[in-house]
Write a protein that binds this ligand. Structure first.
Ligand code: GLU
Length: 462
């Protein structure tokens, strides 16, 4: 038993494609089956290596490991030609030389008389030797299948066209290659977007003509933007990898994607094991799912708060590299993450908040400096410098006690000490719990930064 993900490399992997891949992967895991990755690259004009790379990178980042592949359709042309010859020899396909003009005229006449446009079978009995190859679709009877998501579907053969299965240059088209591959690769369950549902009856006729087993189908409804229109770049239908760039954890994205059109009770957060355990194709919604950025942000934040620390370190590393943060000169990154995780909405946010622990800054945020560094806060910064300089043990608790005692001796609130102190050690005021952050920034850097803040005040024109 196998399932597959069969993207055409004509664009990046986006949320919709990733969700199809995830559903097919979950089905395979759940059924102890194999997951096949097949790159449908027979359309030479539209397929690009960049797209192939982006798809492989996206699948890899999401951790959707495949058991077979990537299999490239462009490597299987001979096999498709073999099947085309078989169909021609058995009289189940025929060459057609109808011109574009004739087809266009036929179409217009059919539409004018209110008929569904469809090839009229003009070349069926001509025994031609060149042109496009059409599949001889049965004239009567019906095609029916039971889709896991959409239920029973039945369509009359009179509604279906004699499908083009090879172009005039001999290259096979999608509807042929997909059938040959799903058969040869022993795909038991075809999970794909519902934009393909109209192709399925035609493909079933091909399976029957070839006397092959027909797989089961699950056609997954599309994803809409929050405004109800089809998901586009505007809504985040961008390269999946841009979610990594924006600081999303791959597991958070997976969790978000699995809930797009699938549910298990009210549960929102799923570990990968839980997804596998609870996933059922039958529970996929029949109606389209809506993309919701706030929910994605919420899920990401909740993963940042709870992900096991070593995993978070490795996810964060890529972002730290982007910012050229050298971890050798500063505290243990795990302690920094613990201090920052509750308030970091994304890994980008977290990486930016890490900078103060490892790099010195040249200047303070000028607006905040004007607000918090002034003659009134100068003695407070002095007190901090003197007391912290003589602190016996550099710990968050002891630093907290120092702040507390300054508040008491000067009879001022915590903010009057905390705010200038926070700006002094961070440069931009974006530090979390001040005592913990001061502990992690380290004694040497804290004292230097306090002096820098005092110098800043002293340099103000009197
Ligand atoms: N290659 C097709 C696509 O990217 C998918 C075909 C299929 O899953 O059957 O839309």
């Amino acid at each position: 038993m196998k399932s597959r993900f069969a993207p055409s490399p004509t664009g990046y992997l986006h949320i919709g494609g990733a969700r199809t891949a995830l559903f097919a992967w979950l089905w395979a895991k759940k059924n102890n089956s194999k997951f096949v990755l097949r790159i449908e690259d027979t359309d030479k004009d539209r397929s690009t290596q960049d797209s192939v790379d982006a798809i492989l990178q996206g699948i890899d980042w999401l951790g959707l490991n495949y058991d077979e592949g990537p299999i490239y359709q462009s490597d299987r042309i001979e096999r498709y030609k073999e099947v085309l010859s078989q169909l021609l020899n058995e009289g189940k396909a025929y060459y057609c030389e109808c011109t574009k003009e004739r087809l266009e005229e036929m179409r217009e006449t059919q539409m004018a008389s209110g008929d569904k446009p469809k090839y009229d079978g003009c070349c069926r009995n001509k025994k031609l030797k060149s042109g496009v190859i059409r599949f001889l679709n049965p004239d009567n009877g019906t095609v029916s299948f039971n889709d896991y998501v959409k239920g029973e579907i039945e369509i009359a053969n009179t509604e279906l066209d004699d499908l083009i299965i090879a172009r005039s240059d001999g290259s096979p088209t999608y509807n042929l290659t997909v059938v040959v591959d799903d058969h040869d690769m022993e795909i038991e369950c075809v999970i794909r977007g519902d934009d393909h549902i109209n192709n399925t009856p035609k493909q079933i006729n091909l399976y029957e003509a070839l006397d092959w087993n027909i797989p089961r189908f699950a056609h997954v409804p599309m994803i809409l933007g929050a405004d109800g229109s089809r998901l586009s770049k505007r809504h985040g239908a961008v390269n999946l990898m841009s979610y990594r760039d924006e600081g999303f954890l791959s597991k958070a994205l997976l969790n978000y994607i699995v809930r797009l059109g699938w549910s298990h009770g009210d549960q929102e957060i799923f570990s990968v094991d839980e997804m596998i355990k609870f996933f059922e194709l039958e529970n996929i919604n029949k109606s389209p799912a809506s993309f919701n950025q706030e929910k994605l942000d919420w899920i990401n934040h909740s993963y940042i708060k709870t992900t096991e620390i070593n995993e978070l370190v490795s996810e964060l590393e890529w972002h730290l590299n982007q910012l050229s943060i050298d971890l050798s000169d500063g505290p243990d990154i795990k302690e920094v993450i613990e201090a920052l995780r509750d308030r970091s909405k994304s890994l980008v946010d977290m990486a930016q908040n890490c900078v103060m622990f490892y790099h010195d800054f040249e200047d303070f945020d000028s607006d905040l400096a004007i607000k918090f560094f002034h003659l009134e806060s100068r003695p407070v910064l002095d007190d901090l410098l003197i007391n912290l300089n003589t602190l016996e043990q550099w710990s968050a608790e002891h630093i907290h006690e120092v702040i507390q005692s300054i508040c008491e001796s000067r009879n001022i609130g915590f903010g009057k000490v905390g705010q200038p102190f926070r700006l002094a050690i961070s440069g931009d005021g974006k530090a979390g719990s001040i005592d913990k952050c001061a502990q992690l920034v380290g004694e040497k850097r804290v004292l230097l930064r306090l002096k820098m803040a005092i110098d800043w005040i002293d340099s103000l024109p009197s």
